[in-house]
Design a protein around this ligand. Structure first.
Ligand SMILES: C[S@@+](CC[C@H](N)C(=O)[O-])C[C@H]1O[C@@H](n2cnc3c(N)ncnc32)[C@H](O)[C@@H]1O
Length: 249
């Protein structure tokens, strides 16, 4: 396994500017997993700088973060000194069989091969345990500023399409045959941030970093476009958070 992640050079921007997760997500997670998060033994895979890890800890779970990127993991350690962490990969979890109640992937499941990572999750879960995967997707298709941004990215970022995460994630998990029940739930929320932080958040995205030497032109065009829609420089960013929970028998 490489000690690097595509995200390592983006770790500081990521840490500063990526959104957290709404409270509703944890309410839905408890409902779909059929157990409280508090007290659960959880492994948070693709933990990055620890945004979801800290939220799970805040809800009382006992969390082991697993992350392949050394720099991302270093930021996580700084936030949670003393918390045991593992540099590892979701496709080969360094855990005993039937040892955890929850396997979580926040914003990270699209980075693994489903058959391999699903089998690993099912292996480490106790009977009745759950694999929970979730994403914050920007929910702004109806807004001009977002349309302009997506058009610009599709024109400038090699291989980027706005529907890159548009996959039948729940069906993919059902098709593995490993889970007794797979359920999806979505909630909507928004945050309001200033233009500077919004720009930092853009910089933390792998497909924005992929712009290479066109990055600064892209960001200058974004600034002009965003200020047309948000003249006071306060950006309202709407999200749709999708949670898929797959329970083992
Ligand atoms: C978008 S970040 C999500 C970070 C964090 N979970 C959060 O909520 O912000 C995706 C993370 O998945 C990690 N990742 C990529 N490939 C992975 C793999 N095969 N196994 C585990 N994690 C992986 C990346 O290093 C990165 O830190």
């Amino acid at each position: 396994m490489s000690s690097r992640s595509l995200f390592d050079p983006l770790a500081d921007a990521y840490d500063q500017a990526r959104p957290g997760y709404p409270e509703q997500l944890f309410i839905d997670l408890e409902l779909l997993a059929g157990r409280p998060v508090a007290g659960a033994r959880a492994v948070d895979v693709g933990a990055g700088t620890g945004i979801a890890t800290r939220a799970l800890l805040g809800h009382g779970a006992r969390v082991l973060p697993v992350e392949p990127g050394a720099v991302m993991l270093d930021r996580l350690r700084r936030h949670s000194p003393g918390l045991p962490v593992v540099r590892g990969d979701g496709e080969a979890l360094p855990l005993r069989a039937a040892s955890v109640d929850l396997v979580t992937y926040a914003q990270a499941w699209h980075w693994v091969r489903v058959p391999t990572a699903a089998a690993e999750a099912a292996r480490v879960l106790r009977p009745g345990g759950s694999l929970a995967v979730w994403w914050n997707d920007v929910d702004a298709e109806d807004f001009h500023w977002y349309q302009r941004q997506q058009e610009r990215l599709e024109a400038m970022s090699p291989g980027y399409t706005r529907d890159y995460r548009d996959r039948p994630f729940a069906d993919e998990l059902r098709w593995t045959g490993l889970f007794a029940e797979v359920t999806t739930v979505t909630c909507r929320w928004y945050r309001e941030i200033d233009l500077e932080l919004y720009e930092t958040c853009l910089r933390s995205k792998s497909f924005v970093a992929g712009l290479g030497d066109r990055l600064e032109d892209f960001l200058a065009a974004e600034r002009r476009s965003l200020l047309r829609s948000f003249p006071d420089g306060r950006i309202t960013e709407p999200f749709r958070t999708m949670l898929v929970v797959a329970r083992v028998p």
